[in-house]
Ligand binder design. Sequence first.
Ligand SMILES: [Zn+2]
Length: 348
Amino acid sequence: MKLQSVVRHATSRAAKRRLPAVAVLGAAIAAAVGATVLPAGAARAQATPPAQQKTQVPGYYRMMVGQLEVTALYDGYIDLDPKILKYTSAREVQSLLARMFVESTPGMQTAVNAYLINTGRNLVLVDTGAAGCFGPTLGRIGENLRAAGYAPEQVDTVLLTHLHGDHACGLAANGQPAFPNATVYVDKADADYWLNETTAAAAPKDAQGLFAMARAAVAPYQAANRFRTFNGGAGAEPIPGVRAVPAYGHTPGHSGYVFTSGKDSLLLWGDIIHSHAVQFRRPQVAIEFDTDSHAAVITRKRILADAAKGQLWVGGAHLPFPGLGHVRRDTAGYSWVPAEYGPIRTDR
Ligand SMILES: [Zn+2]
C-alpha cells in the first residue's frame, strides 16, 4: 500500500471510529511496512546489539570570521605531566584541574591544533602539527586537511607561530615538503635561535632533539628558496592583511597572527596557553618548555588582556579542539568562552 493511501485510509477510519487519527495512522504505517506494533512502554528485544563504533568524527571544524573562512584542523593530542607547570604548587594545579573536570592521569590531555584560513586570495596554514615527531597520538593534519575539502598542494602560505616540533614537523614528509607550493614564514628571532648549529650544540642534551626537528622541518623549503623570516617587532605583515603579533618568551620569536575582515579579527596565538584549566585562571603559571618563562608570563598577561579587551576571536594551538572562542576577563583571571557549533553563517 502506498503511503498516501495509508494516510487517507487511516484518517477516514479514525473519523468513523472516533479514534485519534495519529494512533490509527501509526498502526497503519507499521502494518504497511511489516513492523510489529508494540504496546506502549514495551522493550524491544534485540538479539545482538550493534557494536560500539569507537571512532571519532573527522578532526576539522569550520566557521566564518567576517569574509574569512577559518578551518580548525586537529593534529591529535599529547598527555602532559602536570608537574611541568611552573610558578605554582601541585596542590593548586590539582584543584584547578578538578574545577574544570580535567583528568591528570596518565597526563593532562592537550590538543594540538592548526588553522587553515581561506582569505579568498590566499590559502594560509598556521602551524602544521607534529607529523611523526612525538608519537602516534599526533600527526593528523594532512588527513584532516583533506577531510576538510582541501589538498596540501593548494596551501600557498604557511605561517609558523614558532619552531617547536609540534608546530613545525608537519612541514616535511620524508625529507620532502608536505606543502610543495607553500612559502613558509617565521619570526627571524625564532629562526636565528632554532636553526643555529652553535646554539644547538650549546643547549642541554635533552633539548638538542628540538633543534634537530626544527632544522629538518624547514630544510626542504630552504632548499627550494621558499623559507622567509620577518621582523615581528616592526609590525610585520608576512602576507598582505595578516599582521604578526610578537609574543616572545615561550620561544625567542614566538608570534601570533591577526587576520582581520571588516569589524572582525581572529588572533591565532600559538602557545599562549598550554593548560586551559590552569592558565586562564592563573596566567602567571608557566611551563617548562618555555625558553624564557618570565618573559612568557609577561607576554601571556598582555595577550590575554588584549584579546579580552578587543573581543577578538582567538584560535589556540593547545586549547580544547577546535580551540576557537573568546577570552573574558573575570574577577579571578580570565575565562575561555568556546565557539558554538553551528552552520556556516554568511549573513553576519
Ligand atoms: Zn611550543
